[in-house]
Design a protein around this ligand. Structure first.
Ligand SMILES: [Zn+2]
Ligand SMILES: [Zn+2]
Length: 337
């Protein structure tokens, strides 16, 4: 079962890393938390996990002191899908992934609300709530499910705090929460780069979702500006949030008990540790953590050993069933975890 007893109030930084060697790599670069996909994020099929792999994953995560371990949902899942077949597939995949999350000892499962694909936002939100309720019932001992706020492009759901609150309330379970992505928050139109902006945004979140339901942060800079809905992640400090913006963000004490996971571009061999330690440096300056809590950047970090992403062939179903809108939605979803 999940246990989030990380006592001291300081932000626990981590990264989204490969499932195959995530815990080891996380330890090597100095993470305190970790996010992974629990299999190929672009495919429906999940090969059952080998007991030896599960054992090693758990042992490595424990040895590295990674808490929380977060599983990010597969991109293909769309809980808001109006198409009955895609909805059913999504629901089944969600159950399978929750079970896998239990197997590897994950503390949270983060998922995007999905796309209503022209069927209307209200109907989409209803389907999301139903899907969540069913999945939670099917996996009674699964980790809490966190809805990630969206940037709000196209028919994407969950870009406003009101919408998130509505889905959480409709699903009605204490095992639900929210993961706040800094890039998505900014491009959705919430100012988080000034002390006043952060205060107003978190006040707004408190009034709608409730701060007790905020369980995780995704720390990404944004290629798009405030309210642009352009969902492209950028290296920490290099985008429209910038180092000053992140400093203002992390200065708010209401965030200090949370894990903060980076999903920044992996376009250079040391991009991961560079982003991680830039973010930690900013957070230390803001008082959100300290050298004593987060440690120092390890001296020797090997260049990235994450295997190149496997190209998967388009599935016949996707070819046959998906219209232009669905493909566009998928293409967009691919851009950021
Ligand atoms: Zn994210
Ligand atoms: Zn995500």
């Amino acid at each position: 079962m999940s246990r989030w007893a990380w006592g001291a109030a300081h932000v626990r930084f981590g990264m989204h890393l490969a499932f195959s060697n995530g815990p080891r790599r996380a330890r090597e670069i100095g993470c305190r938390s970790l996010q992974v996909f629990c299999g190929n994020p672009r495919g429906w099929h999940k090969t059952p996990l080998e007991p030896a792999f599960v054992e090693r994953f758990r042992a490595d995560a424990a040895a590295a002191g990674l808490e929380p371990v977060v599983v990010h949902a597969t991109y293909l899942i769309n809980m808001a899908a109006p198409d009955a077949r895609l909805y059913e597939r999504s629901r089944k995949a969600l159950v399978t992934e929750l079970e896998r999350a239990v197997q590897i000892g994950a503390h949270y499962y983060v998922i995007h609300c999905g796309h209503h694909m022209g069927s209307g936002a209200a109907a989409g939100r209803k389907r999301v709530a139903t899907c969540l309720r069913e999945a939670l019932n099917r996996v009674p001992h699964g980790p809490p499910i966190l809805l990630e706020n969206a940037g709000g492009s196209g028919t994407e759901l969950g870009a406003t705090f009101e919408a998130l609150a509505e889905m959480l309330d409709a699903a009605g379970s204490p095992r639900l929460g929210v993961c706040l992505d800094t890039c998505h928050t900014l491009i959705a139109g919430y100012e988080i780069r000034t002390p006043e902006g952060v205060a107003a945004t978190l006040d707004h979140l408190a009034r709608t979702v409730g701060l007790e339901r905020l369980r995780c942060l995704h720390v990404n800079d944004a290629k798009g500006n405030l309210g642009s809905h352009l969902d492209r992640h950028e290296h920490v400090g290099r985008g429209h949030i910038g180092a000053h913006g992140f400093r203002a963000f992390f200065a708010d004490r209401r965030l200090w008990h949370l894990p903060a996971i980076l999903e920044t571009p992996k376009d250079a061999p040391c991009a991961d540790p560079d982003n991680l330690w830039r973010a930690i440096g900013i957070a230390i300056a803001a008082g959100a953590t300290s050298v004593a809590e987060s440690g120092r950047r390890p001296r020797r970090i090997r260049p990235d050993v994450v295997p190149a992403r496997r190209r998967t062939k388009a599935k016949p179903l996707a070819k046959k069933k998906s219209g232009g809108k669905m493909r566009a939605a998928r293409r967009k979803q691919r851009r950021s975890p």
